[in-house]
Design a protein around this ligand. Structure first.
Ligand code: FE2
Length: 642
C-alpha cells in the first residue's frame, strides 16, 4: 500500500553526509510494517463478551492456552513489575523486539548521520561550546530527519536576561514533568527556609506568609545525595541533589511580566499572579542556597543543576509509572480475557510493541557502557536502584492513585483546599482535553457492550482479570473485583490509554529532545563539582559545568533517538488522534462505536490545531517562558513502544 503523503517529500533536503545510508534509512521507514497492518482493522465485527460469544468452548480454550503460555517472569527493570515469560510470551517478546530493532535501525541511521554534521558545525561555528549562546549551534537548522519540528521555541537563549528565564524554569515544572512538584501544606515544615528579608526582596512577601497561605511548592531531589545513588557516579561527572522552592506571586491589576523585576533581581511581588522559583538548595558540598539575588550565572547554574536532577527523575520515573504499570495490567488481561473481548481489542491497540521496551533497556540503553552510561552522571546501576525504590516505596506505580485528576489533587496542584490555584498549568490545559476524549470513548465502549453494572459483574473474564491483577500479577493499587462496575471499568480503560499515550509522551518520546533535555539548560550531567562558595560562577566559566562538544552531541543524539517524527507517525497511522481509527470505518457493525471514534478524532484534531497555532510571542504574553507543544495529539503516538 502506498502512503497517501510520502514521508520523504515533506522533509527538508537530505544532509549530504552519508546520502546512501540516509536514503536507505528513510526508504526503510517508508516500508509498511507487517505487524502494524493487523492492528489497523477497518472494523471490529467479531468482538464478543463471554455471554454473547457463539463459540464459548473455543474461547475458553484460547484463554487456557494463553494462561499456560504467558507467565510472570523476572522484571528486567530492577525489581518492578513482572515481565512476560513462557512459550507464547517468549515468542511475542522476540517478535516485538525484532520489529522494534528493524524500525530503530532505520531511524538510527539518519540520526547518526545528522550527529556527524552537528558535531562538525559545533566545532567550527559553535566555538566548541565555550559560551552559552554557542549551544544554539547544536539545534539551529539541525536534525531535520530526527526531529523536524526542532526545539520548543523559547528554550534557546535568554538564559538570564529577565523574568522570562525564571518563568521558563518554573514552567518546566508544570509542563512535561509535573510529577515531582508538591504544594507545601501550612502544617508541614519546609525542607529549608529562606531569610525573611531575602524572601521579601524577591517576592514582596515574607517566607512565613507564603508558606502559611499555601502558596509555596517543593520539588525535592535531595535523595540523589544518598549513598545508593552517588556511589554510582562517574568520577568525571557530577550532580547536585537539589531541593527547589517555588511560590505563587500575589495578584494585582498589572499584566506586565517583565516589569516585575529590576536590575538587582528583586521582584516586589506586584504584577499578574505567577508561579515562580524562590530558592534552590544544592544538597552537595557546602549545601549553598541560591536565589535570583545571587549572581545571575550562579542562579542559572543552580537552576541547571535542578533541571539535571529532573531529567534523570523524569526519564526513570516514566519507566515505572507508565511502562511497568501498563505492561503488567495487560499481561494479566492476556492470561484471563479472550482476544475476542472488546476490552482486549482496546488494550491490544494501545499496547502496540510494548514488550519490546524492556529488552531495549536491557541490551542497548541500560547495559554497562550503553547509551545511558554515555551521558548521565549516575550509571545505569543507579537506574536499577531508583526503579526498585520508587516502584515499591512511593506511589509512582500505583494504579488508581495515579488517575490524572486525583493524583494532581493529591499533590495540591489542583482543587487545593489551601492557597490559590496555580495561575496556569500548561500540562493540564492540554492533558485534560485528551483525557476527557479518552474517557468518553471508553465510556461509549462499555455502554455498547454492557447495559447495567450487573452485566459487567456477570462477565467472568473481567472478574478474573481484576482478581489476576490483584493477586498473581501484583499490580499495585488496582481496584478489587468486588468494586467492578461500569464506572470502574471505564476508569481502568481510560487510565491505561492515558498511561500508554499522553502521559508517556509528556515524559518521554520526543519531549526530552524538544523540551526537558534541551542544552544548556537541561544537561544529563555536570562536569565540575557545584561551587563551595558564592562568587565562583560567571559567564566566562559556566561552560565548565556543562557538557563539552562530544558529550553535548551525544546527549542530543540519544534524546533524538527517542523521537518519532510526526510524518512517520501519520504514515503509520499511530498518532494519538488515530487511536480508534479501526472503529471509524463504515464497515463497523457498531454504529455507536463509529460515532464515538469519529468524535474522539474530531476533538483531538481540534486540540492539535490549537496547540500547533501557539507562538512564542503569544505564549510570552500569557506569562509562559516557552511554547509547550508536546501534547499536540498529531505529534505523539498512542503507544509506549519506546
Ligand atoms: Fe518510554
Amino acid at each position: 500500500m502506498k502512503p497517501p503523503t510520502p514521508f520523504l517529500l515533506l522533509l527538508p533536503p537530505l544532509t549530504p553526509v552519508f546520502p546512501t545510508l540516509i536514503d536507505f534509512a528513510v526508504n526503510s521507514l517508508l516500508t509498511p510494517l507487517t505487524s502494524l497492518s493487523s492492528l489497523l482493522p477497518s472494523s471490529h465485527p467479531t468482538l464478543y463478551t463471554p455471554s454473547t460469544d457463539p463459540s464459548p468452548s473455543t474461547r475458553q480454550q484460547e484463554i487456557a492456552t494463553n494462561a499456560a503460555g504467558f507467565g510472570y517472569g523476572p522484571s528486567k527493570l530492577g525489581d518492578t513489575s513482572y515481565f512476560p515469560n513462557g512459550t507464547l510470551a517468549d515468542r511475542l517478546v522476540a517478535e516485538q523486539w525484532a520489529e522494534w530493532q528493524a524500525e530503530n535501525a532505520a531511524f538510527a541511521l539518519p540520526v547518526a548521520g545528522e550527529m556527524v554534521v552537528v558535531g562538525a558545525k559545533v566545532r567550527t561555528e559553535g566555538d566548541d561550546l565555550q559560551d552559552l549562546d554557542d549551544f544554539k549551534t547544536l539545534y539551529d537548522g539541525q536534525w531535520p530527519l530526527t526531529v523536524p519540528d526542532g526545539v520548543s521555541p523559547g528554550l534557546l537563549g535568554n538564559y538570564t536576561a529577565d523574568d522570562t528565564a525564571d518563568a521558563t524554569f518554573a514552567m518546566a515544572r508544570l509542563s512535561g514533568n509535573p510529577f515531582s512538584l508538591v504544594r507545601l501544606p501550612p502544617d508541614q515544615e519546609p525542607p529549608f527556609r529562606v531569610e525573611e528579608e531575602t524572601c521579601r526582596r524577591i517576592t514582596g512577601e515574607g517566607f512565613e506568609a507564603l508558606w502559611k497561605q499555601g502558596r509555596m511548592f517543593v520539588m525535592e531531589y535531595a535523595f540523589f545525595g544518598e549513598e545508593k545513588y552517588v556511589s554510582h557516579r562517574f568520577p568525571e561527572r557530577y550532580l547536585a541533589s537539589t531541593t527547589s522552592l517555588f511560590y505563587i506571586s500575589g495578584d494585582s491589576n498589572s499584566n506586565a511580566t517583565s516589569s516585575n523585576s529590576n536590575t538587582t533581581g528583586e521582584r516586589p511581588g506586584r504584577g499578574r499572579s505567577q508561579f515562580l522559583p524562590l530558592a534552590i538548595k544544592t544538597g552537595v558540598g557546602q549545601n549553598l542556597v541560591y536565589t535570583r539575588l545571587d549572581g545571575e550565572y550562579e542562579w542559572l547554574l543552580a537552576k541547571i543543576a535542578a533541571n539535571s536532577n529532573d531529567l534523570f527523575f523524569g526519564q526513570i520515573y516514566h519507566l515505572i509509572a507508565t511502562h511497568a504499570v501498563a505492561e503488567i495490567v495487560n499481561l494479566a488481561a492476556i492470561r484471563t480475557v479472550s482476544g475476542r473481548h472488546p476490552v482486549r481489542a482496546y488494550l491490544e491497540r494501545i499496547m502496540y510493541r510494548a514488550y519490546a521496551v524492556r529488552p531495549v533497556g536491557e541490551q542497548i540503553l541500560f547495559n554497562r557502557g550503553g547509551f545511558f552510561d554515555g551521558i548521565f552522571s549516575l550509571s545505569s546501576r543507579a537506574v536499577t536502584t531508583f526503579a526498585t525504590t520508587f516502584y515499591h516505596n512511593s506511589t509512582s506505580a500505583h494504579f488508581r492513585g495515579n488517575y490524572l485528576l486525583p493524583e494532581l489533587a493529591a499533590r495540591g496542584l489542583i482543587n487545593s483546599t489551601i492557597g490559590p490555584e496555580l495561575p496556569q498549568f500548561p500540562f493540564l490545559e492540554d492533558m485534560a482535553v485528551i483525557h476527557a476524549a479518552i474517557h468518553d470513548f471508553a465510556h461509549a465502549l462499555v455502554d455498547e457492550y454492557y447495559t447495567t453494572d450487573d452485566d459487567v459483574r456477570r462477565d467472568n473474564e473481567l472478574i478474573n482479570w481484576f482478581n489476576e491483577c490483584n493477586s498473581p500479577a501484583k499490580v499495585l493499587d488496582f481496584p478489587p473485583a468486588e468494586d467492578l462496575s461500569k464506572t470502574v471499568l471505564v476508569d481502568v480503560l481510560t487510565h491505561m490509554a492515558y498511561l500508554a499515550g499522553p502521559k508517556h509522551a509528556a515524559l518521554n518520546m520526543g519531549t526530552p529532545f524538544t523540551t526537558s533535555g534541551v542544552l544548556p539548560l537541561f544537561p544529563a550531567a555536570l562536569y565540575r563539582p557545584m561551587p563551595q562558595q558564592k562568587g565562583e560562577v560567571h559567564r566566562a566559566n559556566i561552560h565548565e559545568w556543562l557538557p563539552d562538544t562530544t558529550q553535548a552531541v551525544k546527549q542530543v543524539r540519544l534524546l533524538g533517538l527517542f523521537n518519532r517524527p510526526e510524518e512517520l507517525l501519520r504514515y503509520q497511522g499511530t498518532r494519538m488522534l488515530d487511536l480508534w481509527s479501526g472503529w471509524e470505518g463504515e464497515g463497523s457493525e457498531r454504529g455507536a462505536m463509529r460515532t464515538a471514534a469519529r468524535e474522539f478524532r474530531r476533538r483531538l484534531e481540534r486540540l492539535d490545531k490549537v496547540i500547533k497555532g501557539r507562538t512564542l510571542s503569544g505564549e510570552r504574553r500569557r506569562g509562559r517562558g516557552f511554547v509547550f507543544k508536546t501534547l499536540a495529539p498529531g505529534r505523539f503516538p498512542y503507544y509506549l513502544a519506546i
